[in-house]
Each structure stands twice: as C-alpha cells, then as structure tokens.
Design a protein around this ligand. Structure first.
Ligand SMILES: *Cc1c(COP(=O)(O)O)cnc(C)c1O
Length: 395
C-alpha cells in the first residue's frame, strides 16, 4: 500500500486542486474593458441587461442585482417584511448569511432540522415553528438540489409569509421542470467566484411579484425612490428617501462580466453534472462513503459534491481524512458547521442538540472538488486520492 502524503509519502498531485474556482476567458475580459471605456461604470445599461438576462434564464418576471449574495438575502428579508416583530425559519445546514439576514433587520431566527437524504430543510420540522410573527421561510438548496419548494411555499402561503429561497448553490437547477428562480416568492443567488457564474462579488434576487421587486430596488439604493440615471433622464434633482436602505448596488463593470459568464451557464452546469456522475460511478464500491442523492423531479446544479463518511467503517475521524486528503493536494472542504453552533448564535440562546439530523451529518461531511473547469485528470486525481486514503484508514 502506498504511504499517505500525510505520513511522508508522495502526494497524488503536486499542486493543490481547489474545491471551487472561477473560469475567466478573453470574452469576459473584453466585456469588462468595454464598460471601462464607456460613460457608466455603475448602475448604467449593463445592470439592466444583466437583470433581464438572468430573469429570462430562470423564467422570472423581475431580477434585481445586488452587491453580493448576502446583500441579496438582506434585501429579500426586507422585502418579505422581516423586522423586530417578524422573524423567519431557516435551516442550520447552510452558510451563516442565510440566517444573518434576519438578524440584520432585528428579526427572530428559528432553525428547523433537515431531511436525512437531501440535508435540505424539512417541511415537517418547519410547520410547528410557523407562528403569527413568521414573515418568511428561508430555504437553502443545499449543494444545488432544490428544497421541497411546493410544500414550503404552501406552508408560507398558509401563514401569509414569503418563501425566500437561498439558491446560492442552485443557479441552473430545476424543480418539477421549472428553473429555480421562478418558484419561490423571492429567490436569491450569489456570484461569488466559487459559485456557478461570477461577477467578482455579486448577487441577484428574482421574483414574479412587482411589489416585492419595487421593495428590492428601493432597498439597494438607500431607500430612495428613483436612481441617478432616471433623474438625469428626467432632468430633475428631486428625490425622496422612504425607507432605510443601503448602497447595495452592483456596478456595470460587474454586470458586464456577469452577462459574459451567463452565456456559458448551461455548459458549465452540464460539466458539473458529468463530474458528479463520474464521482458517483467511481465511488459506488466505497463502503466508507455515503454518496449524495437527488430526489425525483429535480435536477441539481451541483455547486458542491458532498459525501458523508461512514465513520464506523474507518479507524479515524473526519478531521484525519480531511488532513490526509489535503496532504495529497486535494482541496476538500466542509459545508457546513451548523449555524446555531456559531458563538454569535450560541449567545442568542441556541444550544447544541436541537437539530439531530443536521448535527449528526455535520461530523461526517466532506466536500470534494467540484467546478466546471476541472479536467478529467483533476477528477481522476481526486478519485485516486480518496481511494488511497480510505484504503489506509479502512477498519
Ligand atoms: C455563497 C453563499 C451565500 C452568500 O453569498 P455572498 O455572495 O458570498 O455574499 C449565502 N448563502 C449560501 C448558501 C451561500 O453558499
């Protein structure tokens, strides 16, 4: 058996393969340079173009671009009416921003446990948490697999609440044949470089509701009712601030990059699906791995490929497997530490043990490298390193 790199042996590859990475080509660069030579650097025509293209891609009537995915969640929470008396229910198995957006507005957060297969929020756990003061359910499409959107939307509608779908992982996914972005009341996306397409930093919210779209636009521009370009076109100086908004605008520079990236989205999602299929075939006989599954009627966008270790089949814990794979230069990661475990939420009164499915899963999670620019050689290196490490630690 070859010596593991963590024990001084030769690593499977000589350079670190990251778990996610952007793809930038000459057309992306040319698109940004065109904006640099133009009249508008921020909130010009490229913003509207990008918004129109994203709305068309996901089949939504409106798209409102924001500074990043977290700002998109903050704006969606504002539009949904979250505030000191109006809270939200979300999942513990996510990045902290999905819950933080409620706290920015002073709202109460509740966490509902996840389903054992998908690790998506469980509607059966959400139902008992819905109260008069619940303004929103914030679901996350974990790893790119859509949550139970119909059931969650029905729960939200029954309480006069909004379903906010944090689809940071799910651009390009479908649910019952419909693209993610057209199903929930409000759907948020992120264009951080590890996501499906990038604008550097960036985000967007899609909705079919004109009133919600107007609230989003207000919130991203200080709560002011018109933007500078509209005022210039109207030859007017007058404006009014009607709510406490932010400067959460996404610039023309970034939107031009987003439009150039969006033309390759379907190719990139197809490549992610092919990598997921390759992993599934290569790992099928690994007794120490529990592989991700996708429920019928949905297509995952495969932002992440998250396996669960069967620790009872191994002589070591997840931390040691993680360290051994990093030593082989495979950039594995862990998504996610349950949000209520973070000290900020602990200080709000959340105690461990309230979300047994998410918490038990967390100890076993490992994210494999997954991005559209991975070569077949990168995929083969990952498979070889995982097999090498699991063989060494087999019980
Ligand atoms: C990336 C991500 C965000 C935040 O997006 P940013 O653009 O980094 O602010 C929010 N929620 C989830 C689930 C994410 O993966």
């Amino acid at each position: 058996m070859p010596t593991l790199a963590v024990d001084g042996g030769a690593p499977v590859r000589s350079t670190l393969l990251p778990y996610g990475h952007q793809i930038i080509d000459d057309a992306d660069i040319a698109a940004v340079v065109r904006v640099l030579r133009s009249e508008w650097l921020t909130t010009g025509p490229a913003v509207e173009t990008f918004e129109r293209e994203v709305a068309a891609t996901v089949g939504a009537r409106h798209a409102v671009a924001l500074a990043n995915g977290t700002a998109a969640l903050h704006a969606a929470a504002f539009a949904a009416g979250i505030g000191p008396d109006r809270g939200a229910v979300t999942t513990p198995m996510t990045f902290a921003a999905s819950a933080n957006c409620v706290r920015y507005l002073g709202g109460r957060v509740q966490f509902a446990d996840v389903q054992p297969d998908s690790l998506n929020i469980d509607p059966a756990a959400v139902a008992p948490l819905m109260q008069d003061g619940t303004a929103a359910i914030i679901a996350v499409d974990f790893t790119g697999q859509p949550a139970d959107l119909d059931e969650l939307r029905a729960l939200a509608d029954a309480s006069g609440a909004c379903l906010i779908e944090d689809a940071a992982h799910a651009l390009g996914a479908t649910y019952g044949g419909r693209p993610v972005g057209s199903v929930a009341h409000l759907t948020t996306f992120s264009f951080h470089p590890v996501k499906h397409i990038t604008t550097g930093e960036g985000g967007i919210v899609t909705t079919n509701d004109e009133r919600l779209a107007a609230r989003l636009r207000l919130f991203r521009n200080h709560g002011i009712t018109t933007d500078a370009r509209q005022r210039e076109a109207a030859g007017s100086w007058f404006y009014e601030m009607t709510a406490l908004g932010f400067n959460y605008r996404l610039s023309d520079l970034q939107c031009a990059l987003g439009s150039a990236q969006l033309t390759r989205l379907s190719d990139w999602v197809a490549r992610r699906r092919a990598i997921a299929a390759h992993y599934a075939a290569a790992f099928a006989d690994e007794a120490a791995l529990e592989l991700p599954s996708v429920r019928p009627g949905r297509d995952s966008a495969w932002h992440l490929y998250v396996v669960r270790l069967r620790l009872e089949r191994l002589t070591v814990d997840r931390h040691q497997v993680f360290k051994a794979l990093r030593a082989e230069n495979i950039g594995v990661n862990v998504h996610y530490i349950p949000v209520p475990w973070h000290p900020y939420y602990r200080d709000l009164g959340f105690a461990r043990g309230g979300w047994p499915v998410a918490e038990a899963a967390y100890e076993r999670l490992l994210s494999m490298p997954m991005w559209a620019g991975m070569t077949d050689g990168d995929v083969a290196d990952t498979v070889a390193a995982v097999k090498k490490v699991l063989r060494a630690y087999r019980r």
